[in-house]
Design a protein around this ligand. Structure first.
Ligand code: ARG
Length: 462
């Protein structure tokens, strides 16, 4: 029998049930539903809608439900439409007619929204902690590789040499914004919808502010219709997760490229690579590829939810049940990805000899030559043309070396040619936030400070 059987002359069709149940996926909300239900019971006591004995019986039944769920012995029945009705049904079995008072003043609409917000508060903090772990791996690797350098690319064409630490920390700062975004989303969603009822509040003496603080929410809803219709927080969480997915995908793409024979910048540890069923020699970067592939799926979760929301009139509509699967999937996939990528990057071998060899092409210091001319008073556009012309001559078949041309040039000469020596160009990136050893030393310190501050922010939350 359903919880809403009274109004219906006959039971639901099998096809309706098969199509509308959410129990297969919303069991993830069980703990949060129990927490929300306990706070609701205490609120009903404060409103004198339950006496102490009744509340005790319901709370004991909720405890028993928790044990049964934890032990995997909770007996679901076919009429359990979702985890919320399953729990209420079982409470009523255990506590008898008193159990039937649990849903007083409450609707599944505010109940589900409450559980989902509690779930998000916890899970987004856990995702943020995993992002931090990846950042810590990047920071440790950046420290370990010291002043090793590699070509920096634009258009995937060699541009200027950069410290490897600088490149790794570039990913680290993107992830720092992700942590910030997750915590910001979490702060915005920290609103209790409990007490909004189906959509309009209640004639009974409920206390949304009391239950909000009991549940550890920062505040209660301002508008009961908004409280039950709002899924902005799910959309925001999905955006945050999709963008993390994009960041991981970009890291993944680099690992794929760097680990090719042709680049040879990186060797994956055996534990973080896969083999081929046919080709005995293969070692494949599957984690990196899946990080790239799964980003598409998570972007799909976000756009799917936005499409679900866009046509909905206020207030609750059953369409909103479609919020959960994309969210749960995105959190699960991003969590798995963060752990796998952290392990992959922690264990990968950077082939610094290959990186530095690739970076030490004479042309990589071309802009340094132009800037030398600038510091001697030549307008930059003119200096650019002079050096461009020398580079063009040096690239001709059997052309002269760039170093030779520079040495022979009246405005450049041997001291300018010294800029073309291996390892020199990268040291000349001295401006704040730049890619050379001097600013990167400062950056390492700032990044470590940022990690410590974010770690403290997170510890305060969980
Ligand atoms: N499982 C549903 C959901 O997640 C429960 C809400 C059903 N509410 C209703 N008024 N039919 O959205």
């Amino acid at each position: 029998m359903t919880l809403w059987h009274g109004r219906f002359a006959e039971g639901p069709a099998e096809a309706l049930w098969a199509y509308t149940v959410s129990l297969p996926f919303d069991q993830a909300l069980a703990q949060d539903d129990l927490v929300g239900s306990r706070a609701h019971v205490r609120g009903l006591v404060r409103g004198k809608l339950l006496d102490a004995d009744e509340a005790g019986a319901i709370l004991a039944a909720l405890d028993q439900v928790e044990v049964e769920l934890d032990d995997g012995v909770f007996d679901f029945v076919p009429a359990d439409e979702d985890i919320h009705t399953a729990i209420e049904r079982r409470v009523t079995e255990l506590a008898g007619p008193t159990g039937a008072k649990l849903h007083t003043g409450r609707s599944r609409n505010d109940q589900v929204a409450t559980a989902l917000r509690l779930w998000c508060k916890r899970e987004l903090a856990l995702v943020a902690a995993r992002v931090l772990e990846l950042q810590e791996v990047l920071a440790a690797r950046a420290d370990e590789v010291g002043e090793a350098y590699l070509p920096g690319y634009t258009h995937l064409q060699q541009a200027q040499p950069v410290l490897l630490a600088h490149h790794l920390l570039a990913h680290g700062w993107a992830l720092a914004r992700d942590v910030d975004r997750l915590l910001d989303t979490r702060r915005r969603l920290d609103v209790s919808p409990l007490g909004a009822g189906a959509l309009a509040g209640s004639s009974l003496p409920l206390d949304p502010h009391g239950t909000a603080s009991d549940l550890g929410f920062d505040r209660a809803f301002e508008n009961s219709i908004d409280a039950v219709s709002d899924r902005d927080f799910v959309a925001e969480a999905l955006f945050d997760l999709a963008l993390i997915g994009v960041h991981l995908s970009r890291i993944g793409e680099e690992v794929v490229v760097w680990s090719t024979e042709e680049f040879g910048f990186l060797r994956l540890d055996d534990a973080y690579a896969t083999g081929s069923s046919m080709l005995p020699q293969k070692k494949n970067p599957d984690i990196a590829e899946l990080a790239r592939g799964k980003a598409g799926r998570i972007i799909g979760n976000l756009t799917g939810l936005l499409a679900t929301l866009k046509g909905l009139p206020l207030a609750y509509n059953r369409d909103l049940q479609e919020d959960k699967e994309p969210l749960f999937d995105a959190v699960q996939q991003i969590s798995l990805a963060l752990v796998a990528i952290s392990g992959m990057l922690a264990t990968a071998e950077f082939r610094i000899d290959r990186m530095q060899e690739a970076a030490d092409t004479p042309t990589s210091a071309a802009v340094d030559l132009a800037e030398l001319l600038v510091s001697n008073g030549t307008p930059f556009r003119e200096a650019h043309a002079v050096v461009g012309d020398l580079v063009r001559q040096s690239l001709a078949d059997d052309g002269p070396s760039l170093a030779g041309l520079v040495k022979a040039h009246p405005s450049l000469g041997p001291s300018a040619a010294a800029l073309l020596e291996p390892g020199v160009a990268v040291t000349r990136r001295t401006t704040p936030g730049g890619a050379g050893p001097v600013p990167v030393a400062d950056q390492r310190r700032r990044f470590a400070e940022r990690l410590a501050a974010d770690r403290a922010r997170l510890t305060a939350l969980v």
